[in-house]
Design a protein around this ligand. Sequence first.
Ligand SMILES: NC(=O)c1ccc[n+]([C@@H]2O[C@H](COP(=O)([O-])OP(=O)(O)OC[C@H]3O[C@@H](n4cnc5c(N)ncnc54)[C@H](O)[C@@H]3O)[C@@H](O)[C@H]2O)c1
Length: 246
Amino acid sequence: MIFKEKVTLITGASQGIGEAIAEEFGRAGATVVLVDIQKGKLDQVASRLAGMGIRAIAYEADVTKSSQVTEVTEEAIKSQGRIDHLINNAGITRDSLLLRMKEEDWDSVVGVNLKGSFNFTRAVLKHMFSARYGRIVNISSVVGLMGNFGQSNYAASKAGLIGFSKSVAREVATRGITVNCVAPGYIGTSMTEKLSQDVQKAFLEIIPMRRFGLPVEVARVVKFLCSEDAAYITGQVINVNGGMYM
Ligand SMILES: NC(=O)c1ccc[n+]([C@@H]2O[C@H](COP(=O)([O-])OP(=O)(O)OC[C@H]3O[C@@H](n4cnc5c(N)ncnc54)[C@H](O)[C@@H]3O)[C@@H](O)[C@H]2O)c1
């Protein structure tokens, strides 16, 4: 129970990697604060976790709306007294070649993936500052490091998240707060299920391990970065990609 009495806030927690992170932290003893725009799914995850004996609280909020982010953060602090870990995981894709990309596809991807993380980091950091303790993990992507055909908006948002994390890591390092990124490769979730069989096959060929990752394999690395074993790690990008990008 390495996270006994700790509180972890996870965005995009109603499915996929976010749900796996919530379960992994809950199993390690943390109270998990789940945030997502999909209220129905979020409630189902919260009751599934509660059935496992995990303390889970669900809040419906859009990470792009700073007023909702502030409200959720304040409510979570009021009810739990603290937020020790912030996991900025909510993310979307709106793929298309740059020449055909609509302005709204650029804005929505950068809005959720990058500004959403800015909104939550700014809101939660205030409390971590006074507690002189905190762990922030931002979920980037292999695509932010190597680029990808048809994903210039997504790649820009995920690369931006790395620069953001390194800058904030420098600003808060003396306050007992670490900020790191995890960059998953291709993980089996609804985000990758959308890819055609041909595209999935092509990706498998460039992954040395010849398989997609599991959400729990990402969640365990996030857990490590929030543990005391990672106390001296900040401003880093940890790849979880089966060797796809080295
Ligand atoms: N699956 C992969 O292969 C992969 C690879 C690299 C990085 N990632 C990143 O991991 C994270 C999780 O991805 P996933 O595969 O679990 O995707 P997913 O689509 O299964 O889950 C994303 C979650 O974010 C939520 N969300 C979307 N917009 C939101 C908003 N405005 N406010 C609050 N919540 C919002 C969704 O409702 C959903 O629950 C994302 O940031 C994604 O970019 C995924």
